[in-house]
Design a protein around this ligand. Structure first.
Ligand code: SIN
Length: 507
């Protein structure tokens, strides 16, 4: 890895990172985009199914649905930015520039899908495999049609920081590391699904950007708001997502007794906001022993051929009901940013899932994450352009003691994921959160001891995961109110006498 200088350093190559790189390149900046991925499939964007919501010239209606799904906790100012720029960004970048062909009906008009908590159909999609049809052409466009330098298999280990300003990052490739100094550094590192046992995210989502930003002193907010998708399908051969678009078409949820339970839960039944459906599915799972998605009322194989094929690959007979369980899906919080992606630190921006724009509040509306990444990426790319590059002393990463116990990172990840899954899942109890917080702090201490003398990508990913896990546990412990994705159920905390209690929080 060579020491480099660049106007704009973008870390992460999902839709948000690509949009940032494109827009900074259009402004004439020298842009370097790095991704630790080797294959495009390693980005959450590639895995997105449902699609991308647009306003269809009715911004107020999309805004109202975003605010409602969040239980009124989303930031109106941030949502205004999103809806104002949504249709233009999708048309200009996705359709006109990179040539995404969203599904159309027999008359050639766009076929808009409907998903949970959307009052009307407004989701552009390609089959239920929208992500890959955006990600691949976008990446190819940036590689072939712009001056952006793209470095794959390259990880950012640490930000270069001096007196509250960020001047780039230390990058690692093939076991060698060196600083890249940048006028502006943009984190687009995605979510934190790699901290959970069951997730729709790729395993590489270890919260690297959030951890680096937090270590450098950036403000991080709303980390307790972790969205679980109600219809993950867990099999012996892997966990995969059954898009909400399937319920949008009319599929229904049944418990192990074959009974629909969502109509009694919410007026919108299976199309209630995601947090409501996830809690109900979890409860019925525990109460009756299982939940299935019944797709017999829709033309599943014709409308969702990719999903039907995935079911068959995993030996799931969709004709008799698809077994589903809530799985970690999206982080609504993250690095706090303004309406152009600027963080609380000079020279540092964040976009996409690692950023907390305020658009999602405590619960995200379906099919708004690709849109948020696109809109904020384009805005951040412009705002990140035109800053002076300053080369300063870079942090010294040590490699004094190359020996690590065998399977060190894997074993610690197993422990971390089990705590996150058990105690920071769909429904949480105060005592479990406190126990988890203490255990995660111990784990972080054990990992930190190695990081002091050893530098490797897997160790830094583990360090990032432990930092982020502690941030999640702390945010969850500090928010005693159930709201959106953070549902605290104190009734599980009882003393021997049956009294509800709130144990003192671990330090
Ligand atoms: C889905 O297709 O159900 C996921 C869409 C989203 O998370 O926005």
């Amino acid at each position: 890895m060579q020491r480099r200088e660049t106007d704009v350093l973008v870390v992460g190559a999902g839709i948000a990172g690509l949009a940032t790189a494109l827009s900074a390149d259009r402004k004439g900046a020298d842009v370097t985009l790095v991704t630790k991925a080797v294959q495009p499939t390693e980005a959450s964007t590639w895995r997105a199914q449902g699609g991308i919501a647009i306003t269809r010239s009715d911004p107020d209606s999309l805004k109202a649905d975003i605010l409602d799904a969040s239980g009124g906790t989303a930031s109106e100012t941030a949502v205004d930015v999103l809806v104002e720029h949504a249709d233009e960004a999708v048309r200009e970048v996705l359709v006109d520039t990179i040539g995404v062909e969203f599904d159309t009906d027999s008359t050639g008009e766009y076929e808009f899908g409907r998903e949970a908590a959307h009052k009307e159909p407004r989701v552009l999609h390609v089959n239920a495999e929208t992500g890959k049809h955006i990600h691949v052409p976008f990446l190819n466009y940036v590689l072939e049609e712009t001056d952006v330098t793209v470095l794959d298999d390259t990880a950012a280990l640490e930000l270069v920081s001096h007196e509250g300003r960020i001047h780039g990052a230390v990058l690692e490739r093939a076991g060698k590391w060196a600083p890249t100094f940048a006028g502006a550094t943009v984190l687009a590192t995605g979510g934190i699904g790699g901290l959970y046992q069951r997730t729709t995210n790729p395993p590489s989502t270890t919260g690297d950007g959030i951890a680096m930003a937090a270590l450098a002193g950036a403000r991080v907010e709303d980390m307790e708001f972790i969205q679980f998708h109600p219809t993950g399908c867990e099999t012996d051969t892997g966990t995969f997502l059954i898009s909400e678009a399937v319920r949008g078409e009319g599929a229904v949820l049944r418990n192990a007794a074959g009974k629909r339970f969502m109509p009694a839960e919410h007026p919108d039944a299976e199309l209630a906001p995601r947090d409501v459906v996830a809690r109900a599915v979890m409860r019925e799972h525990e109460r009756t022993g299982g939940v299935e998605l019944d797709v017999t009322g829709i033309d599943f194989s014709a409308n969702f051929p990719g999903l039907a094929a995935t079911c068959e690959t995993h030996d799931v007979d969709w004709e008799t009901g698809i077994p589903v369980i809530p799985v970690q899906h999206f982080l609504c919080g993250g690095i706090a940013v303004d309406d152009v992606g600027k963080t609380s630190l000079d020279g540092l921006f964040a976009v996409g899932e690692c950023a907390r724009t305020g658009v999602h509040g405590a619960n995200r509306l379906a099919s708004t994450s690709l849109l948020e990444g696109l809109v904020w990426g384009l805005r951040a790319g412009e705002a990140a352009t035109g800053h002076r590059i300053t080369t300063i002393e870079s942090p010294e990463l040590l490699d004094r003691d190359p020996a690590l116990p065998a399977n060190f990172a894997q074993q610690k990840f197993v422990r971390l994921r089990s705590v996150m899954e058990e105690s920071l899942g769909v429904v949480r109890s105060p005592s479990e959160i406190d126990t988890a917080r203490a255990g995660l702090r111990r784990l972080k201490g054990e990992v930190d001891a190695y990081v002091r003398t050893r530098t490797s990508r897997s160790l830094y990913e583990l360090r990032a995961a432990t930092i982020v896990a502690v941030l999640v546990a702390r945010a969850a412990a500090e928010n005693e109110q159930s709201v959106g994705c953070h549902h605290v159920n104190p009734s599980t905390d009882t003393t021997a006498e049956g009294e509800t209690m709130r144990p003192s929080s671990g330090s």
